[in-house]
Design a protein around this ligand. Structure first.
Ligand code: HEM
Length: 174
């Protein structure tokens, strides 16, 4: 029962996170780049993606670690079986993608607030209140340009994560 609950929370979190990332990249990044989408709307989308990243960033490793404990002990099964290697790939992709989203939104925030430190950024993210009193520049196109490499790479890793999860669901050869 606990394992089933862990699977449900894990899959829901994974779907929410990868889906949110792909949506931001598909629906908001191009419109911010050409200036059709206003700066506040783009910043809000990026901040909400960051919040989804952080909340699921608690649930995914917690449930994933529990699933590893239940399904892959002794732990050498992680290195010696195909499914184990798929799980290690999942863990690695999660770590890199997390870092990319964090850094991408941090780069955006530093465009309007160059002095912001890690502590304040970790506590606040990039709420639209941070734009108060900033004036008209930088606009959405500039913010999209600095976030673009990070967001595109995150979208690529989201696709790889979904492929990895599908291989596990479909039964990776042992
Ligand atoms: C800390 C990072 C993560 C860890 C430690 C982890 C670990 C695991 C483990 C141990 C399983 C069970 C594998 C099995 O059935 O043999 C699993 C399944 C799954 N994971 Fe992750 N995972 C992580 C991140 C993610 C992310 C970011 C996604 C987003 C797509 C994801 C999506 C899934 C899905 C959909 C399944 C179900 C696959 C199945 O049907 O067996 N996981 N994960």
């Amino acid at each position: 029962m606990v394992l089933t609950t862990a699977f449900v929370l894990h899959v829901l979190s994974g779907a929410l996170w990868t889906g949110a990332t792909l949506y931001v990249v598909y629906a908001t990044l191009p419109r911010a780049t050409d200036g059709t989408l206003g700066r506040d709307a783009f910043v809000d989308a990026a901040h909400r993606l960051l919040m989804v990243t952080r909340w699921t960033g608690v649930v995914l490793p917690a449930t994933g670690a529990y699933m590893i404990w239940r399904l892959y002990t002794p732990l050498e099964a992680l290195a010696t079986t195909g499914r184990g290697r798929a799980v290690l790939a999942m863990l690695s992709l999660w770590g890199v993608m997390n870092g990319l989203v964090e850094l991408g939104v941090l780069r955006m925030r530093r465009e309007v607030d160059p002095e912001v430190g890690w502590g304040r950024y970790m506590a606040e993210g990039f709420p639209i209140d941070a734009l108060d009193g900033v004036g008209r520049t930088p606009g959405s196109a500039r913010l999209a340009a600095v976030a673009r490499p990070y967001l595109l790479a995150s979208a690529g890793l989201a696709v790889l994560l979904l492929v990895d999860a599908a291989l596990l669901a479909g039964g990776v050869p042992v």
